[in-house]
Design a protein around this ligand. Structure first.
Ligand code: R5P
Length: 284
């Protein structure tokens, strides 16, 4: 049975449609004092359940814990947890004295309530090491590249060195060149991207990243490319958080903006359903 977490309803419906499976709806409310309430609207007794729930924003993380508890409290046999976007993965180590390893703290809470864990484009694969249950990270990059092919790109580009491997692997098996830029983060919203002789003049470039949050990285990368004479710049990512007016800014600058449905939003033009169907059910 597929349990439709309130953080990922459209993705769950897409999976159910392709599987012809039953969906367990989840009622969710907030009490006047701000506490959350959830209730499964179907019987899961004896069932092997798959719960699909992104953990952004934080409300979804909290509701995830409650739904996990409800699933076992109501007699489910097993739970495979699919977290299409796993938040807090960027804090996968202690960067400064006094900090927590947030990704580990979250994994400890999650793993007590499920039998296996699946996620997509975790910001860092290190996160898998924090789980003591079978855990898997899937990549949506090939699906994003398929979408990018609509624009007939000359270059697939990572906006920073950290995303270089992702883009390199996604470009494998295509005829499209790939490259990366060098980014320096100043603070949560400001980044500097070093100009790089990329031969972008007259080219169509698709920038691909795992996350667009404040949009600072994408905006800087796109500006650099236009300054270097790029003809078209498209911005794509797996997880579109689009904080504040970042989507508006990006749309004013780029030729198109797209993301996957790991965080559901108006630019979720690529579904990760095929990845999940293949990994969990062996369906091509
Ligand atoms: C950082 O290493 C990530 O891969 C993304 O580049 C980053 O999280 C994007 O954040 P923002 O949109 O706030 O620049």
């Amino acid at each position: 049975m597929l349990v439709k977490g309130p953080g990922s309803p459209a993705l769950c419906e897409r999976l159910a449609e392709r599987l012809d499976a039953d969906v367990v709806d989840v009622e969710h409310n907030i009490f006047p004092d701000g506490e959350h309430y959830v209730r499964l609207l179907d019987d899961v007794h004896g069932e092997d359940c798959v719960l699909v729930q992104a953990t952004y924003p934080d409300e979804n993380l909290l509701e995830l814990f409650l739904i996990q508890d409800a699933i076992f409290e109501n007699g489910a046999n097993s739970l495979a947890l699919v977290v299409p976007y796993y938040s807090y993965a960027r804090q996968d180590k202690r960067f400064m004295t006094g900090e927590p390893v947030s990704a580990r703290a979250i994994s400890r809470l999650i793993e007590v309530g499920c039998d296996s864990f699946f996620s997509i484009d975790l910001h860092s694969e290190n996160v898998l090491d924090f789980f003591n249950i079978p855990s898997t990270n899937l990549s949506a990059m090939p699906l994003l590249v398929d979408h990018a092919c609509l624009f007939d790109p000359d270059i697939l580009l990572s906006p920073d060195e950290g995303g270089k491997e992702r883009v390199m692997q996604a470009a494998e098996g295509t005829e499209i060149d790939w490259d990366y830029l060098v980014k320096k983060r100043i603070d949560g919203e400001t980044v500097i991207i070093e100009p790089k002789g990329m031969k972008a003049e007259g080219k169509t470039v698709v920038i691909l990243d795992d996350i667009i949050s404040t949009g600072g990285t994408m905006v800087e990368a796109a500006r650099q490319l236009f300054e270097q004479g790029a003809e078209e710049v498209h911005a794509g990512c797996t997880h579109g958080l689009f904080v504040g007016d970042s989507l508006k800014c990006l749309e004013a600058l780029c030729d198109s903006v797209f993301c996957a449905d790991t965080v559901e939003c108006e630019r979720s033009e690529v579904t990760v359903a095929p990845l999940i169907l293949h990994e969990l059910y062996g369906i091509e």
